[in-house]
Design a protein around this ligand. Sequence first.
Ligand SMILES: [Zn+2]
Length: 291
Amino acid sequence: MTGRTRAASRRSRTTAALLPWSVPLALVGASATLGVEGCAPPPTAVQGQATDCASRAHDDPWTPPAGAESDPDWATLIDNALYPAELPDLTGCPAPATAATMSGLEAQATRQLDCVQDAWRPLLESAGLDAAEIPLHVYPGEHADTPCGTISCPAVYCAEDGGGIWLGEASLDSATWFALGIKGVVNHEYAHHLQSLIGVLDAQHRIGATSESVRRVELQATCLGYAMIAHDDRVADHLDLVESSDPLLGSLLADDVHGSRDSVAQWALTGLDARTLGDCNTWLAAAGAVS
Ligand SMILES: [Zn+2]
């Protein structure tokens, strides 16, 4: 069954059943949703380059300026050249599974990232983008040094030095019992790498990191992360995992960085049904859809 077919089959499912995925996917979202606090912002010099570890941004109103289409940065966000590209199918990924130890987390996350990078490589190469693999780092405790500065988040993508993903010990909070948690977080963080490659992160940084533009970045990554779930042929037979995770909903908290429950659910559903990168274009959505 194709990802498209699987996604369509899920449309009848309730939003609530889909929401728990946002916990591992939204990652620091996860930090907020699972009550893991203490996410330190990256150094000022690299703000906009490190995702999932951002401090609350300014509450400036977000409005695309008149003539935004002719501005290179706005054009990158709202009409990216890669948006028409079809999403690749993920084949050969590991089966959904929990992890009880850091070594188990590292092993499964590495396998998932290998699979994700294999899937995206042809598209990146054909588009003339850097298809070099990015590393995944797992760190114990609460802090890690990255090219984006010292972080204290469950998971972070840092775009510096070609990009990299960091998963902290707090990632085990969901990985120990939620079998889609590892796939979710790896997919979400790799989606940030895609945003880096196609210029979205730099463009968003240049137009100004308001809280709304940060949410548009995060919800776009959430959407793409769910799209990768939908295109993963190892997930199709495990939809029961989604339905069995309802208890997580009770711990889901609103998050100013990753979006409200309604917005996360909206873009999760959009991702499950996405066929192209542009289907996850949050940059033309009404403000209410990225609250
Ligand atoms: Zn994120």
